[in-house]
Design a protein. Structure first.
Length: 57
């Protein structure tokens, strides 16, 4: 069960990063460096989630 909780936590953080990316892109002068870093973090979380899901099966 702890693995499920970890996946949910990471999923929540993934969604928060998606919202931060969308917010940044809506700004008139979006910070490209910040966007790149947010997207990198989001990708790392996605990869970790997929790895953990693989352990469940």
């Amino acid at each position: 069960m702890a693995l499920d909780a970890r996946i949910r936590e990471l999923g929540s953080r993934h969604q928060s990063l998606e919202q931060a990316i969308q917010d940044e892109m809506r700004r008139p002068s979006a910070d490209d460096i910040r966007l790149k870093e947010l997207k990198r973090q989001k990708l790392r979380l996605k990869e970790e989630i997929e790895t953990l899901r693989g352990r469940l099966h």
